[in-house]
Design a protein around this ligand. Structure first.
Ligand code: BMA
Length: 864
């Protein structure tokens, strides 16, 4: 389509959108999105191409077939030129009479990535330097009714920041900034830009440094007054009452006396508060208090309903509603209890007065190209947390403050959010303009997110504190020059110990600020007695996976283990048979922790399991290894409650197809670990553990009421002979971990050798819910798994099939897969006991015959 016609089109669309957004009340503010008619070009060249807004330059280049998909094979390498270029975006727009006649007209940019100049009709209206900020620009005096030209010029973030890097006698430590991959040698410039850290590469991410209008652009217009923001502050919440203060920011065009502000319940229409304010020209802040008696509280996943209230706030002049806002929020009290106790310093979340053990994962951005994360993908991301019984996700500091939809879904499903500010693994030049820019970034994001009941805590950064005090950075910089260390630390303290806590205090009073993750005691790295801990001795520190059983923490906010995606996923980004070795060039490109990580996987694998027979088996066994390792950790952490009150594994997702610590791959397929997490995170966990030849069985309950159950512990041989069976009625107190049974292993397995035995623990609660766990007394390589003959029966069910599986012998980690097709196995990597039937639903659109033909089923003994 030619650009002129497209622009006419845009005008017509904008006109209709304006009509649609018109509320019918004269003078009501209007708002429309400027999302069409955009085009872009390389600043130093003259060819224009159509652009998508919101979007980034890489996705526009892909859409115009100028670059190829950077996630495929080695393509990422050939797009490294993109971040050294400047890029111009432009569109044309008209205003209809209604908008044009308004007294106030502005442009509202929700996000511009990153160094940007914006021109309206040739006149500069904005200079931006921070992708995390919103920008509101008054254009009343500059906008015409027709043919407005809006130009958005992005300067290369690399060219912009190299001079800053060059000018310093020292270098800021950064996360895994892959400057070499970008062809700029050791110039790790990421610390200078207020831009997502992972864009510069990470140990699970490619280097794709984007530019672009990454969030929507709105045209907004109003007459006398506009509701700019509504903050529902929950001052005190308990079962009996919620004391709420509503803060309303109103922009007024003139002095107005007697404006009424009414807060009511949207659904029932019940009025909570009405008050009259005299507005002054400019920004006004009005506050009012009210109480809700016997509020319906918001609870996390597993504990109760995440009930949401919808508060409607109206500004009324005379009999006219001139603006209205809806804020959806849950009423809850969430506190972090960080107090000295006999062991050290506690760190736990208290929800509505109840200490709640946090079960969850660390979340990174869903894609390297942020605007292409769809609503469906956000839904899957959150539902995949909900359906694995999580109650917390940590939005990690090397990504972004997420889109509203992320928090909306967390609100809706009872997932608490640990929210980092966007700083990770580095030190930052936080003084002068940089610090000012962060001040506004913090204000914008705290204000945008503070009504979400899901936000449980604000955290300064990821690992910068631990890096300084725990990893030797302080000493390194002091050795280089004590002055460098002094400057760096002062900048750190000004940002994370002054500015950010002040902003949280001012804009989200009552919310908990935590200076860094991990953080224990002032002036030292994290430890096992105070605060939260990132535990990486298993994996980075090469300790055996059973070491998870011996490590303690008040709250594990990170730990993890790497695996490759399954073969069907690998084939999407590495389709050539020559790619199918973990050392191939393509697989190495998609392993950003380098050969060091591949060596670790191999080392652990050969230590714990037998040698996989081929590449495909290696991928499968690697997933079982990862799943088993993290299962050990999750169970150990839960058994150790209430000393330990949280476990968040690293990491919930990937931003591209890669070998990583994620429990689900980029395409959304669950790895073994994600299935294992679902069991390990259930409301009741039954967890056997052997030490010094004694087997102890723990029952851990997150329920808020006590229950009773029948525990059966069966020792059986791998061909199904029952050696011994112990039964016991157990009382399960609310919110506790308890060792309910302890016995001598020799007694349980009699004269059998440990390599032919599995211990099957089973608990049936008084409502009939069944909880099971299998436990092995030796490492997996020492267990003599027989070849299991698995037979299947396939039944058509709604949305796919149900597969019924039985096995003649014990089958470990039974894995089903289908050729590169969209499908979901509701269970996978499970064990089958001899004689038992396991039913698994599979979402699939295949015909019965194709399904049957393609379905592959293996268990561990088939893989070596
Ligand atoms: C953690 C994270 C990330 C990193 C991961 C794996 O500590 O904070 O920086 O990706 O380790 O090394």
């Amino acid at each position: 389509m030619n650009i002129q016609r497209k622009n006419n089109y845009t005008r017509i669309i904008i006109f209709f959108l304006l009509i649609l957004s018109y509320t019918g009340v004269s003078g009501a503010p209007v708002k429309t999105e400027l999302n069409s008619g955009w085009r872009f070009r390389q600043w130093r060249l003259n060819n224009w191409y159509p652009a998508t807004v919101p979007g980034v330059v890489h996705t526009d280049l892909i859409a115009n077939k100028i670059i190829e998909d950077p996630f495929f094979r080695l393509n990422e390498r050939s797009v490294q030129w993109v971040d050294k270029e400047d890029w111009m975006y432009e569109t044309f727009f008209d205003l209809n009479d209604e908008m044009f006649d308004k007294k106030n007209i502005r442009l509202h940019f929700m996000g511009l990535d990153t160094y940007v100049s914006v021109y309206l009709n040739g006149e500069k209206i904005l200079e931006g330097d921070n992708m995390f900020r919103e920008w509101k620009v008054d254009i009343k005096d500059k906008v015409k009714q027709k043919d407005n030209k809006l130009e958005v010029l992005f300067r290369s973030p690399i060219k912009e920041d190299i001079p800053k890097w060059d000018a310093l006698p020292y270098q800021y430590p950064t996360g895994p900034d892959q400057s070499q991959q970008g062809g700029i040698f050791n110039k790790t410039v990421s610390s200078f830009a207020r831009k997502a850290g992972y864009h510069y590469g990470w140990d699970w991410g490619p280097r794709l440094v984007t530019s672009g209008i990454w969030r929507p652009v709105y045209l907004e217009a109003w007459n006398e007054a506009k509701l700019e923001d509504v903050f529902i502050q929950q001052k005190e919440v308990n079962k009996q009452k919620a004391s709420i203060t509503v803060h309303v920011d109103i922009l007024s065009d003139k002095d107005i006396s007697g404006a009424q502000i009414i807060v009511k319940d949207k659904k029932s229409g019940k009025t909570y508060a009405t008050y009259t304010a005299d507005l002054k020209k400019g920004t006004n802040v009005a506050t009012t208090d009210f109480v809700i008696n016997n509020p319906q509280l918001w609870w996390t996943n597993g504990l109760g309903e995440p009930h949401l209230y919808e508060f409607q706030t109206d500004i009324v002049l005379g009999s006219q509603v001139i603006d209205s806002n809806i804020s959806r929020t849950g009423i809850r009290s969430v506190k972090v209890i960080n107090k000295p106790d006999q062991y050290g310093t506690t760190f736990y979340f208290e929800l509505n007065g109840v200490p709640v053990f946090m079960k969850g994962a660390n979340y990174i951005p869903g894609d390297n190209f942020l605007p292409r994360v769809t609503k469906q993908k956000y839904e899957k991301t959150i539902l995949d947390a909900v359906n694995t019984n999580m109650n917390m996700l940590r939005v990690w500091g090397g990504g972004t403050y997420e889109n509203d939809i992320f928090y909306d879904l967390c609100d809706q499903h009872g997932i608490l959010v640990w929210q980092d500010f966007m700083f990770a693994c580095g030190m930052y030049p936080s003084e002068g303009d940089y610090l000012e820019s962060v001040r506004y970034e913090a204000i914008d994001n705290i204000k945008r997110l503070r009504n979400h009941p899901s936000i449980a805590l604000w955290c300064g950064n990821n690992e910068s504190y631990d890096g300084w005090f725990g990893w030797g950075r302080k000493e390194d910089y002091t050795k280089q020059n004590p002055e460098y260390a002094r400057v760096m630390w002062k900048q750190y303290a000004d940002l994370f110990h002054k500015l950010l806590p002040d902003m949280v205090e001012q804009y989200a009073p009552g919310a908990f600020y935590w200076p860094s993750s991990p953080y224990g005691l002032p002036g030292q790295g994290c430890d096992d007695k105070n605060g939260d801990r990132h535990y990486w001795e298993v994996w980075h520190g090469r300790k055996p996976i059973t070491q998870y059983n011996n490590e303690r923490s008040r709250f594990f906010s990170e730990y993890g283990f790497q695996s490759f995606p399954e073969f069907e996923s690998v084939k999407i980004y590495a389709p050539e048979s020559g790619d199918w070795a973990i050392t191939s060039e393509v697989m190495m490109e998609h392993q950003r922790a380098g050969s060091y990580a591949n060596n670790l996987i191999e080392e652990y694998l050969l230590n714990e399991y037998r040698k996989p027979k081929d590449f495909e088996s290696f991928l499968y066994m690697n997933q079982v290894l990862q799943g088993d390792a993290v299962k050990i950790a999750m169970e150990a952490h839960r058994r150790d409650m209430p000393y330990c009150m949280g476990t968040l594994f690293w990491q919930h997702n990937d931003c591209w197809p890669v070998a990583s610590w994620s429990s689900r791959d980029y395409y959304g397929r669950w790895k073994a670990q994600h299935y294992f997490a679902r069991d390990a995170y259930r409301d009741i966990l039954i967890s056997p553990i052997e030490k010094d030849n004694r087997l102890s069985v723990y029952v851990v309950s997150d329920r808020l009421t006590a229950t009773k159950g029948e525990l059966t512990l069966t020792a059986l041989t791998l061909d199904g002979t029952v050696i011994d069976k112990v039964q016991k009625t157990v009382t399960i107190a609310a919110n506790t971990s308890k060792n309910v049974l302890s016995m001598n292993v020799g007694h349980l397995i009699q004269d059998r050798s440990k390599n032919e035995v599995v211990i099957h623990a089973r608990l049936v609660d008084k409502t009939g819910k069944i909880y099971t766990n299998n436990y092995f007394l030796l490492q997996q390589k020492e267990i003599n798994y027989p070849r299991a003959m698995i037979s299947k029966q396939i039944k058509s069910v709604d949305g796919g099939y149900e597969v019924l599986l039985t096995s003649d012998k014990f089958a470990r980690a039974v894995f089903m897969s289908l050729n590169g097709i969209d499908n979901f196995f509701e269970n996978n990597y499970f064990d089958i006991l001899p004689g038992e039937t396991v039913a698994v639903k599979v979402k699939s659109t295949l015909s019965v015959s194709d399904f049957e033909k393609q379905l592959k089923i293996i268990s561990l003994s088939d893989a070596y």
